[in-house]
Design a protein. Structure first.
Lengths: 106, 106
DNA sequence: CCATTATTTCGATTATTCTTGAATCATGGA
DNA sequence: TCCATGATTCAAGAATAATCGAAATAATGG
């Protein structure tokens, strides 16, 4: 993962609504959610949500798939783990450190 | 870790220079680095660096300690792991998922 | 106490991002 | 084909963040 990709992903997540959207998709898992469902859950206007979903999509943090007249968005776990790996890579020059596993519940 | 803290931390890291600074501190580990050393390594003006260090400090991602006429900045591994944990918490509603450990080298 | 080095703070300008409303595109059914 | 629904795009103004030069603060050694 390139540094520019990492920055794009971090910037995408560094916004209240986008973080909520991403967390909702992470919690939901492989089933994913439609924009309509997210609008209702997060009480946000469709165009505003669409803007933020596009940001997440462009950052590679979510994927988009059409299903009839709905779209299904899913969190990209591959991208997320790449991001986490970048932040901790080569920490402490290989010495023992306090970095804990990323996913406590899995 | 509160959502607002997470956003602050993500926003702090979502900037090329700040990410470089943070990575340099992560790689260096507990010894830490002075602003002067970072200035030289990253080829940045002292006041610009100071601005960004303050952002990282305010986000809790780095700590500051005075040592004579130098300041020593260190990455806060505690904060970083808290951030990583937030992003992956409750993923996939407890189902098995692909989330990998955060720190591959430690 | 003064000079020097290290680092931060201030203020103004520029650039970027967020929000909002109206318009547009895509799909499925009558 | 026409309409309704789900979702996105566009353009503007408002808010926020980044940059840079100049000045200020902090600590040490002479």
């Amino acid at each position: 993962m390139e540094e520019s990709d990492v920055i794009r992903a971090l910037a995408a997540l560094a916004h209240s609504m986008r973080l909520k959207v991403f967390r909702a998709l992470v919690v939901t898992g492989p089933a994913g959610l439609t924009p309509g469902a997210l609008c209702e859950a997060l009480e946000v206007a469709p165009n505003t949500l669409s803007f933020h979903l596009k940001e997440l999509l462009h950052a590679g943090l979510v994927t988009q798939q059409r299903d009839g007249r709905n779209l299904i968005y899913r969190a990209s776990f591959e991208r997320m783990t790449g991001l986490l790996a970048f932040l901790t890579a080569n920490c402490c020059q290989g010495e023992a450190c306090l970095a804990a596993p990323a996913c406590a519940t899995c």
